[in-house]
Design a protein around this ligand. Structure first.
Ligand SMILES: [Zn+2]
Ligand SMILES: [Zn+2]
Length: 130
């Protein structure tokens, strides 16, 4: 590869990378925390209420140890797998009230039996698209 071509290629790669980062904001948010392994930004997945390093493909959040928790029990073993599912879900996600999703996500942290049940129904609805 010539120097000029390589420069162009690198610019292209950087653009692809930033577009990917931007598109991932549909599924969660980039955090101001760095991965202890690679130094990249950690990413927070809304669906699984969990942090991860997408570059190292590792979860940073351990599960809540609630066997019926749809957040943790349904979490794929690797963030890359989770990302793959998010891409699939995205088409259907458009039809869902995003505020409703975020509110339920917030409740996960607050916890409570009734709220847990609501989430189970919500996730069941999502899983129907798998
Ligand atoms: Zn990392
Ligand atoms: Zn949980």
């Amino acid at each position: 590869m010539t120097k000029k071509k390589r420069k162009k290629y690198l610019r292209y790669k950087a653009k692809q990378e930033s577009m990917k980062r931007k598109s991932m904001e549909r599924y969660g948010s980039w955090m101001n925390f760095e991965c202890q392994i690679c130094g990249g930004n950690l990413f927070y997945f809304h669906r699984y209420d969990a942090d991860c390093c997408i570059f190292c493909d590792v979860w940073y959040t351990s599960d809540c140890e609630e066997p019926n928790c749809p957040y943790c029990a349904a979490r794929p073993s690797a963030p890359s797998e989770a990302l793959y599912y998010e891409e699939l879900f995205f088409q259907d996600r458009k039809n869902i009230d995003k505020k409703d999703w975020l509110r339920q996500n917030y409740q996960h942290k607050k916890d409570g039996e009734h709220k847990h049940q609501q989430r189970i129904e919500y996730i069941a609805y999502y899983n129907a698209f798998k």
